[in-house]
Design a protein around this ligand. Structure first.
Ligand SMILES: Cc1cc2nc3c(=O)[nH]c(=O)nc-3n(C[C@H](O)[C@H](O)[C@H](O)COP(=O)(O)O)c2cc1C
Length: 441
């Protein structure tokens, strides 16, 4: 306000954030690494609205009429597909980036509401296996902590090809978070920055991946569903190839997707937003005649039951959450405002997951900070949040006259902007216009 009074004008190109970035780079000679996903405004689910029922459609009565929420995952080939009670799963977040208490909280919260949680780079901890009724085991390029016994202990296997925050990039875990336990699990030296591979060591394309999938199926007696996770970029082709390689489930993670530690330039400038990625993934599955046969899990910026319902209406079978789950555990809580200020941050802005000094005890390996997160309390909060997401999605689905969340469809949606109409493939509100609808990808 003061600036406006004096007629000062901030540059849109060189705003205060840009100036601070340039000066930080000039002082340190180091690029910025941080957690969270893209921070700039991108086309998102907020740009879509539901067309609730009135005369031409008939709504369901909230108190009397059922709206089911369960999902089967892995029905294509696996002998033991997963049956989850709600269409929201917990995304893979590594032990190392997260504390053992955080991993246990995620397992407890997910299990309380009948859904699955996922390991991450660096292997499986006893805490999360013990407290997760359904645990998906990530198989990553780094192979840190990978062993066949843990593959067999898992309920599903997720082959990670990429993440929405960094399609084409590998992982990083900075030295301050490589504790004795993390080092031992990853067979790495303690306290040394670690950068993990961006591609798998033993296959290079879909034909090889098909063989890898067969190998994983053999190891696990064809019981476990095999997921393939891709970061959103050339999503139509990537999903097509994942299905061709034999995936039971495809996970598509959009540009808004969170990370434990990645270069800021990567997070903000590589990949496409979740909205067009869902549409491309669904188009690929439909073209192959595999929609609903190979299940689609979507992640990247899911926050509310409205986001869940919109992703499902666009054709996803389920969604997955990372950042929102950490926030539910207490990440960025005003309770820790004084501590955030001491490390140069503030509640609502804290994204330095790489630093290992998280006041909320979540993205840290510090034994004292970790104690701030009680896994029983954390699990309870996450379960509450997951229940709210589900109830919110049900409220919307009933208003659209659906007795199962999966009955939501693109026809229930309208777009508020031309960009979102084109990206999501739904008409601009008040019109029947879908910009670019003749283009497939
Ligand atoms: C702290 C943290 C650690 C993560 N670690 C991994 C990982 O080890 N492997 C992986 O595939 N994705 C990892 N991710 C990405 C998540 O699996 C997921 O794709 C992303 O968080 C979804 O977007 P959202 O955070 O907006 O919900 C991580 C994300 C966060 C926030």
């Amino acid at each position: 306000m003061e600036f406006i009074k004096h007629g000062l004008r901030e540059s849109a190109t060189f705003d205060r954030n840009v100036i601070s970035d340039i000066q930080r780079a000039a002082e340190t000679g180091i690029y910025d690494i941080r957690g969270w996903g893209a921070k700039r405004r991108l086309p998102h689910f907020d740009d879509l609205v539901f067309l609730g029922a009135s005369m031409s459609r008939y709504p369901l009565e909230g108190y009397r009429e059922k709206c089911a929420t369960d999902v089967w995952l892995g029905t294509r080939f696996a002998k033991k597909p997963l049956h989850i009670d709600i269409p929201v799963t917990i995304a893979g977040m590594s032990f190392g980036s997260l504390s053992a208490n955080a991993k246990e909280s995620l397992g407890r919260g997910a299990s309380a509401v009948g859904t699955s949680t996922t390991t991450g780079d660096g292997g499986m901890t006893q805490e999360e296996r013990g407290h997760s009724k359904l645990l998906v085991y990530q198989y990553l390029p780094s192979r840190y902590g990978m062993n066949p016994d843990d593959l067999r202990k898992a309920d599903a296997i997720e082959i990670v090809l990429g993440q929405g925050a960094k399609p084409g990039g590998g992982g990083m875990l900075l030295g301050q978070k490589i504790s004795d336990r993390v080092a031992q699990m990853r067979t790495l030296p303690k306290g040394i920055d670690q950068r993990s591979a961006c591609r798998h060591p033993d296959w290079t394309g879909p034909d090889d991946l098909e063989i890898k999938i067969q190998e994983l199926r053999e190891i696990t007696d064809w019981e476990k569903p095999i997921y393939i996770k891709v970061g959103a970029s050339r999503t139509f082709y990537d999903v097509t190839l994942a299905v061709k390689a034999g995936a039971d489930v495809v996970v598509v993670d959009g540009m808004q997707g969170g990370t434990g530690a990645t270069q800021d330039v990567f997070i903000e400038h590589v990949g496409i937003p979740t909205l067009p990625a869902v549409r491309q993934a669904v188009e690929a599955l439909m073209e192959l005649g595999m929609h609903r046969k190979v299940q689609l899990i979507v992640s990247g910026g899911i926050r509310s039951g409205a986001d869940v319902a919109k992703a499902i209406a666009m054709g996803a079978d389920a969604v997955s959450i990372g950042t929102a789950a950490l926030i539910a555990l207490g990440c960025n809580s005003p309770k820790y405002q004084d501590d955030y200020e001491k490390i140069g941050s503030a509640a609502g802005f804290y994204d330095d997951y790489q630093a290992g000094n998280d006041p909320a005890g979540i993205s840290t390996q510090d034994p004292e900070l970790q104690k701030r997160l009680d896994p029983i309390v954390g699990g309870r909060k996450l379960a509450n949040y997951l229940r709210v997401l589900t109830m919110e999605a049900q409220i919307i689905a009933r208003a659209c006259g659906k007795s199962h969340l999966h009955n939501l469809e693109p026809e229930d949606l309208a777009a508020l902007t031309i960009e979102s109409a084109a990206m999501a493939g739904v008409p601009l509100a008040g019109t029947n216009w879908i910009p670019g609808s003749s283009a497939k990808i």
